[in-house]
Design a protein around this ligand. Structure first.
Ligand code: C6P
Length: 410
């Protein structure tokens, strides 16, 4: 791939993604389901292929050349992630399976000192991955789970933030970017409020790290979670960033091989960070693939990607709003998703008709059932964009929405 630091050329980018050449139902694929998972450039596919063909071995165990090479590349991937989100070092970066596992790890490991009546604060817009683990923890430990409300536009309500985060709050866990509304939350400000009240601040970055520059230290997040597969990397690899002093104090989530320093019949000393949290044989090829994805994103430039996202999403919003009978959800300033409904048509039907034209969107509750109840809809249709999408594709998508209306005679 040519350097795209100064020129963001969609056609050049698109050539790197083999899947974008395929047809679906005889039509050219238009992939607008990027919030669910992104497509993968050949650079990522090749990095994983090269690992399996040339230096596949277990890591941190084997004193042979292949083991050394695999270990070096896997560790390098931690370094790349650290650099990408401006963490101090690889020690802050724990590899997990995905955002869901990172958040569960926290809900299992952040329990020291929690007592009956302590409060955890999340919001009404959270994905189930940042909802259910805290809800279950609250039930098991007799804690109170509180919800920051959203306002009519789909932003977090400022009063509700202040009213809910108090001296009783122990953990605040919020999404950076909503996967339904596209809302970009002011995590820097909420980190400040959380810390002023003595609470830990956790960020669900599943929809932010792939789409905008993230600086965990500037945000002052205590923990920050995200998934490789939404940022051009493979499935099966996710990240938990944590402040070193907090990770050091936490009990490991999984016990077994690799996460130990010494085991006797009486006790176990745990390994150094981050390996203390990476028990058993990890997803080595996937970690290496994530490293390649970061190289790719850095080469394009995260600011460039964010600018392109904004352009695409505003273009799509304007066009959808122009179609009579549609409702869009969420604020004007947003990340790269548009959720919408067409009056009288179920979102699943919208998705199915679009699919027959080769256009992949998602329809459903998007793992945000509590939010759907606030929006008073069972489901939405959702188009979500990424760096390889184009305005021409959006034009075709808008044309296909016209077809939906025709079929339903509305
Ligand atoms: N949202 C979507 O289509 P995992 O599945 O662990 O990689 O990511 C979970 C997750 C957590 N938080 C947010 C804000 C998310 O958007 C997601 C994944 C996908 O919206 C799949 S449900």
């Amino acid at each position: 791939m040519q350097s795209t630091k100064t020129i963001f050329d969609s056609e050049t980018i698109r050539k790197d993604f083999p899947i974008l050449r395929r047809k679906v139902h005889g039509k050219q694929l238009i992939y607008f389901d990027n919030a669910a998972t992104s497509q993968k450039p050949k650079q990522v596919i090749d990095a994983m292929d090269f690992y399996y063909r040339n230096y596949n071995a277990n890591i941190h165990r084997s004193i042979h050349q292949l083991g050394e090479e695999a270990t070096a590349k896997y560790e390098e991937a931690h370094e790349k992630v650290a650099g990408f989100i401006h963490a101090d070092s690889y020690e802050n970066i724990v590899f997990t399976k995905n955002t869901t596992e990172s958040l569960n790890l926290l809900a299992y490991s952040l329990t020291d000192g929690l007592k009956k009546g302590d409060e955890i604060v999340i919001s009404q817009m959270e994905h189930h991955s940042n909802f259910v683990p805290w809800q279950q923890l609250a039930k098991q430990r007799n804690l109170k789970l509180k919800f920051i409300e959203i306002d009519g536009e789909g932003n977090l309500d400022e009063e509700s933030i202040k009213n809910n985060i108090t001296k009783n709050t122990k953990i605040v866990s919020l999404t950076h970017v909503s996967n339904v509304l596209g809302t970009i939350n002011d995590v820097e400000e909420i980190a400040k409020i959380s810390h002023e009240n003595g609470a830990l601040f956790v960020v669900d970055g599943a929809q932010s790290v792939p789409h905008l520059p993230v600086d965990v230290k500037k945000i002052d997040a205590d923990f920050y979670c995200f998934s490789g597969h939404k940022m051009l990397g493979p499935t099966g690899i996710g990240v938990l960033y944590g402040k070193k002093e907090l990770l050091e104090r936490m009990q490991p989530f999984l016990y077994g091989g690799e996460m130990i320093r010494e085991v006797t019949f009486d006790d176990t000393k745990f390994n150094d960070l981050p390996w203390k949290f990476e028990a058993g044989t990890m997803n080595i090829g996937e970690g290496i693939g994530l490293g390649a994805a970061i190289d790719y994103l850095k080469n394009v430039g995260m600011k460039q990607i964010q600018n392109k996202d904004i352009k695409l999403v505003q273009y799509a919003m304007d066009k959808i709003k122009g179609i009579k009978g549609t409702t869009t959800y969420g604020p004007k300033e947003r990340g790269a998703v548009v959720s919408f409904n067409i009056a009288g048509v179920h979102a699943h039907d919208v998705s199915q008709i679009l699919d027959s034209d080769g256009i992949a969107i998602r329809a459903g509750h998007h793992c945000c059932m509590p939010l759907m109840s606030i929006l008073k809809v069972p489901a939405t249709a959702r188009a979500s964009f990424y760096l390889y999408n184009t305005e021409e594709e959006i034009d075709k998508f808008i044309g296909a929405l016209g077809k939906v209306k025709k079929i339903f005679a509305i």
